[in-house]
Design a protein around this ligand. Structure first.
Ligand code: ASP
Length: 334
């Protein structure tokens, strides 16, 4: 590539039911954490570091913040435990790493990266993944580190509500809100994607969702990077992140249309819900969701972090550039 690409970083902190009357202190904290994740991740890109560094950095910040359902503050399983999942993918080389069902790894996204870079495998689970973490010098913590009272109360509520009921979208949405994801474009024009989650409150039997499944909740190639958030079973059945990227790569669909088709048509038509963030090599951003809101943030040509939660807040996805062009850059045209 003869000229440097303008770097872009996009993150999400989950799609779900977000009430306008959300506790103002919490809303402020969420916005501040997302801003910090954007700033720290973008600093990597500005320094000429690869997209994968920006993704890992931004997601570590959100994993360390107990307001998100990833790392500290993850939701509880039916048995009152925290089981964490994460994946990361480098679009340039199509290398990927993932972990599922870990309960002592402080930053699962860093372990996912270590799997990608230092093992011959793509996905490690449970105790084996933690043995590998130990070998790699990845920080391990006591399982009690992940516990927050708020998440514990959510489990108690879910246990009561769920007795004898069939799963449905509203109940399920409330159970998984707060997953974190990031997609980045670096100065070399390379893309990366990553996702980290505690999964769904009240999950049982070692349930693993879409987030750590390459192609379902996380995918990146040379043209497109996606991180999903929502009712994971539907993202697995539609192979959502991969399908968005294939629409872009193979069919030449514009990113926003590809992402909207999968997230707002296919998944709801099957009974699921959620959102996603997507980014292409031109710096185009898509952030479709069909829940009440999605925690989302982006930073690009203007170098300023932007965070949005509610539907009526402007983002590069719901306000596409007025004039069609071959390489539109929604951020710089805002
Ligand atoms: N997709 C995640 C899962 O099903 C949860 C979420 O994104 O909110 O585990």
């Amino acid at each position: 590539m003869s000229h440097a690409t303008t770097p872009v970083l996009v993150i999400h902190g989950g799609a779900g039911v977000v009430k306008r009357d959300m506790n103002p202190t919490k809303e402020k904290a969420v916005r501040a954490a997302m801003t910090k994740a954007l700033e720290d991740g973008y600093a990597q890109l500005k320094a000429g570091k690869p997209a994968i560094d920006a993704v890992a950095t931004a997601l570590s910040v959100l994993e360390d913040d107990s307001d998100f359902n990833a790392g500290k503050g993850s939701v509880f399983t039916h048995d009152g435990k925290n089981e964490l999942d994460a994946a990361i993918m480098d679009g340039d080389t199509l290398r990927a790493g993932a972990v599922a069902g870990v309960h002592r790894v402080k930053n699962p996204i860093l372990l996912a990266r270590a799997v990608m870079e230092h093992s011959p495998h793509v996905m490690l689970v449970g105790d084996g993944a933690e043995a590998f973490a130990k070998e790699q010098g990845i920080t391990l913590v006591d399982p009690s580190y992940f516990r927050t009272e708020e998440r514990w109360q959510q489990l108690q509520k879910a246990l009561k509500e769920d007795a004898g009921k069939q799963p449905h979208a509203d109940l399920e949405t409330a159970k998984h809100f707060g997953t974190v994801g990031a997609v980045a474009l670096d100065t070399e024009g390379h893309l990366a994607a990553g996702t980290s989650t505690g999964g769904m409150t009240d999950k049982r039997w070692g349930r693993v969702g879409d987030s750590p499944i390459i192609g379902a909740g996380t995918y990146a190639n040379a043209q497109c990077a996606v991180s999903g958030t929502g009712w994971g079973e539907f993202y697995m059945r539609t192979v959502a992140a991969h399908e968005i990227c294939m629409r872009v790569s193979l069919l030449g669909e514009p990113l926003q249309r590809a992402a909207a088709e999968v997230i707002n048509q296919e998944i709801p038509s099957m009974g699921g819900n959620g959102g996603a963030i997507a980014l292409d090599t031109h710096g185009n951003i898509a952030m479709p969701y069909n829940t009440e809101g999605m925690f989302r943030g982006w930073i690009g040509a203007d170098g300023v972090p932007h965070v949005a939660i509610y539907d009526d807040e402007t983002d590069p996805s719901n306000h596409p550039p007025a004039a069609p062009s071959s390489t539109p850059s929604p951020i710089s045209s805002e």
